[in-house]
Ligand binder design. Structure first.
Ligand SMILES: [Zn+2]
Ligand SMILES: [Zn+2]
Length: 367
């Protein structure tokens, strides 16, 4: 179909399943050119009741005296690290932990996220209940759109647009956080700290200790009282380091002297070596216990690609006022949809596009 050829608006007659089949692409970490850390899943170790009975000789000690309801209420207060430790104590305790609804659901539906938290030493302080709540909610906590990714340090759900545009969700090293917000390494250790980044092989990639920019900024505000006072301290410290640097450089007869890091480094957002490393793909589970990962809209992406290549948009207007705006179109193309929302999006946004349109229905071979 050429741009001048007006298509037939017949999407209202097409079933939800067919619209998903034709227009939707599964969420891929590389679909929007934003890298998101990928890890291999943990092997679920859930035991059936029969299997746990086979190991009946392995006692839970004094915990055996308590009813399972009481044990579960107690375990809901523990963080994931403590639950993982409990798993190792006995077969019977292991069966009780694995019967905990929050734990069971996370291991079954989101093993990648658990693996990433384990690899980066973020399991301490993260309760299974809090993660379970994120698993059951489908919305990005910042904008309300479908959020297919979990930000690891805060264990909160986000969409790709918020992850890629919010500088506060990026990662920074301890020296960077110290220079930008005037905080000590000792105080930074009180924040959720990522030890390395999740790796593709299911193993941690060795790297520096990392904190979320937003967390470090909040710590700076708590330390100095206000944004203005923090700025004064940070720039005074930098001026003093710069003066020392120039003194050493002028007195030097050779050798490398490193210029101190600028406290304005966050304004330079290119070349972030940790871009995308703070997040992993995170499914959502609805009230019926069905899991989904969300979908991208192929039609939105095709329109954005067409616009980006300066080929203009089709004569029929699918986005009205947004059609002239590159940034808006890019953001629309990056929206992830739940399977329930998606058919309605296609009908309302692309009612002018024919379902038989090859340009639309051809799935991107690069995925
Ligand atoms: Zn969002
Ligand atoms: Zn669309």
């Amino acid at each position: 179909m050429g741009p001048s050829e007006k298509p037939t608006p017949d999407l209202n007659k097409v079933s939800d399943e067919a619209l998903l089949d034709i227009f939707a692409a599964p969420i891929s970490p590389h679909a929007c050119n934003v890298s998101v850390g990928v890890v291999l899943p943990l092997k679920p170790t859930l035991m059936s009741e029969e299997e746990s009975n086979k190991h009946g000789a392995s006692s839970g000690g004094s915990l055996d005296c308590l009813p399972i309801e009481v044990l579960h209420l107690t375990m809901e207060l523990l963080d994931l690290k403590s639950l993982f430790h409990l798993l190792c104590t006995s077969w019977r305790v292991r069966a009780v932990v694995e019967a905990l609804p929050a734990y069971r659901s996370l291991v079954t539906h989101a093993p990648e996220a658990l693996a990433a938290l384990t690899q980066t030493d973020l399991v301490a302080g993260r309760s299974a209940e809090a993660m379970y709540a994120q698993l059951r909610s489908a919305e990005c906590v910042a904008c309300g759109n479908y959020g297919p990714f979990l930000h690891l340090t805060g264990c909160r759900r986000y969409c790709i647009t918020c992850l890629s545009t919010d500088v506060g969700l990026r990662l920074m090293t301890f020296p960077q956080a110290s220079v930008c917000f005037g905080v000590s390494h000792k105080d930074l250790r009180t924040l959720p700290v990522m030890h390395g980044v999740p790796g593709r092989g299911g193993r941690r990639v060795k790297g520096p200790k990392l904190v979320c920019v937003k967390d470090a900024h909040q710590l700076g505000l708590r330390t100095h009282g206000s944004e203005a006072e923090m700025s004064v301290v940070v720039h005074e410290q930098h001026a003093s380091k710069l003066a020392a640097y120039f003194r050493r450089r002028n007195a030097s007869t050779g050798g490398r002297i490193r210029r101190p890091m600028s406290p304005d480094l966050l304004s330079v957002i290119d070349n972030d070596p940790f871009d995308g490393c703070a997040s992993v793909q995170f499914p959502s589970v609805n009230s019926q216990g069905q899991k989904q990962n969300g979908v991208w809209c192929l039609r939105c992406r095709a329109l954005f690609d067409q616009f980006r290549k300066h080929e203009g948009l089709p004569q029929y207007d699918e986005y009205g006022e947004y059609a002239e705006n590159f940034v808006c179109l890019m953001e629309i193309a990056a929206i992830a949809w739940s399977n329930e929302e998606f058919p309605e999006h296609v009908r309302s946004a692309h009612s002018a596009a024919a379902t038989g349109d090859k340009d639309v229905s051809q799935k991107d071979s690069s995925e």
